[in-house]
Design a protein around this ligand. Sequence first.
Ligand code: 8X3
Length: 252
Amino acid sequence: MPDRRTAVVTGASSGIGAATARRLAAEGFAVVLTARRAERIEKLAAELPDAEAYPLDVTDRAAVNAFADHLRSTRPSVEVLVNNAGGALGTDPVAHADPSDWRAMYEVNVLGVLNMTQALLPALTASGDGTVVVLSSTAGHGTYEGGGGYVAAKHGAHVIAETLRLELCGEPVRVLEIAPGMVQTEEFALTRFRGDQERAAKVYQGVAQPLTAEDVADTVGWAVTRPSHVNIDLLVVRPRAQASNTKVHREG
Ligand code: 8X3
């Protein structure tokens, strides 16, 4: 049996990242799960047929470079990088937002993608058939009140995908962007509201069926398994009940 193709997923400890790791494993990839929380990724990796857990903070450039060295010395090739690690902090208006929240969001949503992409690009190119996935957000394509820092950061992630695709044109590497709208996961809203369960629950209140992490993982699995010459530049995915960033149908 030929060696499996290898996919690296960041933020694989929960939500979309964990679901994507499962989905890519089901598609036959050897999966390298990275996230800060070692225990979670180790548990998930143990459930998958050919998976490795590597604890990593994507904002730590030295650690990311050490991870790339580790991949070089342990794997014949790396074909797919899924830049999923990210998140939102707060919904404060621009007039009052805390710059440290904005900085933290820029670090993970933009510089995290930059660090990982720069570190793995040589391996992705050398594979002869590489794919970079940027999990951005509908927040990278339009704004909403209170979105400020997150929207700015996700626009940054979108710009990385667009720019990289231009710069890599002619190289054997695709750049895909998947921009999910409302996805109900265990942690996204809870992190945004700093553990306030009530406020987090309100985000999804009355929405018939927000997307699940598996819905988004399904789009990643589909996009990365298209024939090599097919580049899904941008895939925007929302629940039916969400027509735009600011128009959501709520029942009751
Ligand atoms: C999450 C979508 O609407 O909370 O990336 O910004 S939203």
